[in-house]
Design a protein. Structure first.
Length: 275
């Protein structure tokens, strides 16, 4: 390839990439905002004050508030076990299980939960006898969301722990520090950016999850309807502006997530350079 031909390669590739992104992301996103605000700002905010919408927002926040701390604790414990114990039996199996939500469709995950905790599931008769409702209720939605968000914290913290190594922890232990003090004052500051990155991804997936939650929730308006489910139901009921208004809020949450992600990535790069 001569220089004259090479000069055209870069603009052509950039044009193809931008056109592809425009067709898949930019134009649909712009249409969402247009549909939400086409009748003015007043109707947009009016849609955001509807009772069903507020219930969906509250339920979405509640599920995320429960799932994110639970998966943060699980992710930290799992990352510690894997990064600090290279040769324990079952390590490869544990890594594979952590990645399972990436390989399984969320809809299939929801069906698995129904087959376990539904009325005719493995634990169904026992749960029914104890008057415990999992499916078509908040507990099932929490389980489904926890499953699909399970890998993020662990997968972000494991490489950081492996890179940090054991030197600082062993030095602190030599000086008489206890395990809890070592974790809070040595380990946690070293992995804080990876942990925050994993938490942001977990929260974003928890608030935007649709497939698994739609299967286990029943999509009951005002009871088991999260914000993504509200968008689908409102659109089906020809409440298009309400659906697009809720979609704008989800898009705003996505933008905030991307900004926080970029900030953390830059801070991580700066920290790597300083070290």
């Amino acid at each position: 390839m001569n220089k004259k031909e090479a000069k055209w390669v870069k603009p052509v590739l950039i044009t193809i990439a931008l056109s592809y992104l425009g067709l898949l992301i930019l134009i649909p996103a712009a249409n969402v905002f247009y549909q939400a605000f086409k009748d003015g700002v007043g109707p947009f905010f009016n849609n955001l004050t509807q009772h069903d919408f507020l219930n969906a927002v509250w339920l979405t926040i509640l599920i995320a508030a429960i799932v994110v701390p639970v998966n943060a604790i699980f992710g930290l414990c799992t990352a510690w076990a894997i990064a600090r114990n290279k040769n324990f039996p079952g390590r490869t199996l544990l890594l594979s299980i952590i990645d399972l939500p990436f390989a399984i469709s969320p809809v299939v995950a929801g069906l698995m939960i129904v087959l376990l905790y539904g009325r005719n599931g493995w634990f169904g008769p026992w749960l029914q006898a104890a008057d415990i409702k999992i499916i078509f209720a908040l507990p099932g939605m929490i389980i489904a969301t926890a499953f699909v968000t399970l890998p993020f914290v662990a997968r972000e913290v494991i490489p950081v722990l492996e890179e940090v190594g054991l030197d600082q922890e062993e030095a602190a232990r030599t000086l008489g520090a206890k395990d809890w003090q070592i974790f809070w004052r040595v380990t946690l500051p070293s992995i804080r950016w990876g942990l925050l990155y994993g938490l942001i991804l977990t929260n974003a997936r928890a608030m935007g999850e649709f497939g698994a939650v739609s299967v286990v929730s029943g999509n009951i308006v005002g009871k088991t309807q999260t914000l993504p489910l509200f968008v689908e139901e409102a659109y089906k009921q020809y409440q298009t502006q309400a659906a697009f208004s809720a979609a704008v809020l989800l898009a705003f949450l996505a933008v905030v997530t991307l900004l926080l992600k970029e900030i953390l990535e830059r801070k991580t790069r700066i920290q790597d350079v300083e070290e």
